[in-house]
Design a binder for this molecule. Structure first.
Ligand SMILES: *Cc1c(COP(=O)(O)O)cnc(C)c1O
Length: 333
């Protein structure tokens, strides 16, 4: 029985064209800076997103960590959302490995941080306090898209206070496709951006950190330190390049599938949050484990959270969505 896996957009299989591109990729030793395909990927993203340089790394967690550590010294502080990936889902890496103090703030319903609260959290230059150095935003934030006008305001605020601005853009392309803008319209406001190739874009491995020559130089040294220097990494970079060249526009299909799933479940009486991009959140409360078991018998894989997250991606078709809605209907009885 083929499985419909809705747990995450990280579960995708490399497409046939992507595997072909990986097979053909010219490679070299990237620690020596000699892998032509890694160089091409880094240059492609730097050019597209408007940065001087890019750095290919194994994961989004490492990309964010290197970004934070390149911006902040020991004893510095960064302001971040309480639910943000860099704060909550990366093992506390910035604090553990970078000696960077996080200042978490509540995330608003639209996925943003209230900029008045951000301003109030910036610490004065006083030896009692950690030095506030950076604001980190996430876009999409749990599938919500931050408005461009908000990003412009965040830029203005950080500039006024001499802070750096980092974007965890794991799903940057979902935001750009949803807004119908070039991704650079989003990234223009930031000093550094982390992009995941292994989420909705569908590559098996890899993220890229973008920034100035100085920032990326520092990040490259840190990458070696944490064991992220890879050798013939062009095989992986080729998958990322293929994704960027062929699998960006199709993110609109994932968004349409998520919207169709949400409206189908809403019609069945489920409590569904409004959908913006590729995630559908359903309140299942204590019924979550029973639903997970019920769907598993029908070839549908979900996680068992009370606020259930269903994620669409390139291995979920419209026919699959219809099948999922039918299964939810049967569960509701
Ligand atoms: C997945 C994810 C990351 C980290 O990516 P990994 O490659 O899994 O380490 C960072 N930020 C966000 C918002 C993510 O969804």
């Amino acid at each position: 029985m083929p499985v419909i896996d809705l747990r995450s957009d990280t579960v995708t299989q490399p497409t046939a064209g992507m595997r072909e591109a990986m097979l053909r990729a010219p490679v070299g030793d990237d620690v020596y800076g000699e892998d032509p395909t890694v160089i091409r990927l880094q240059a492609y993203l730097a050019q597209q997103l408007g940065f001087a340089q890019g750095l290919f790394v194994p994961s989004g967690t490492m990309s964010n960590l290197l970004g934070l550590m390149a911006h902040c010294e020991r004893g510095d502080e960064y302001i971040v959302g309480q639910e943000a990936h860099t704060y909550k889902y990366e093992g506390g890496g910035a604090a553990v490995l970078g000696s960077i103090q996080p200042q978490p703030l509540q995330v608003e319903a639209d996925g943003s941080l209230d900029l008045a609260r951000v301003a109030a959290a910036i610490k004065p230059d006083d030896f009692h306090f950690a030095r506030t150095r950076l604001l980190a935003l996430e876009n999409t934030m749990q599938s919500k898209v931050l408005p461009l006008s908000y990003l412009a305001e965040a830029r203005k605020l950080t500039k006024a206070h001499g802070l750096q601005l980092h974007l965890d853009g794991a799903r940057l392309y979902n935001a750009a496709v949803k807004q119908g803008v070039a991704p650079r319209e989003i990234t223009q406001y930031f000093d550094s951006v982390s992009v995941c190739l292994s989420k909705g874009l569908g590559a098996p491995i890899g993220s890229v950190l973008l920034g100035s020559e100085q920032l990326i130089g520092k990040a490259r040294r840190l990458r070696k330190m944490v064991g992220g220097g890879m050798r013939q990494a062009g095989i992986l970079a080729a998958a990322g390049l293929y994704a960027l060249e062929h699998q960006v526009e199709r993110l609109a299909d994932d968004h349409a599938n998520a919207a169709a799933l949400a409206s189908g479940l809403l019609e069945l009486g489920y409590s569904v949050e409004p959908v913006q991009t590729n995630m559908v959140y359903v309140q299942m409360a204590e019924r979550a484990p029973a639903l997970k078991a019920f769907l598993a018998e029908r070839g549908i894989t979900i996680s068992a959270s009370e606020r259930l997250r269903l994620v669409t991606h390139l291995d979920v078709s419209r026919a699959d969505i219809e099948q999922v809605i039918e299964a939810f209907k049967a569960f509701a009885g």
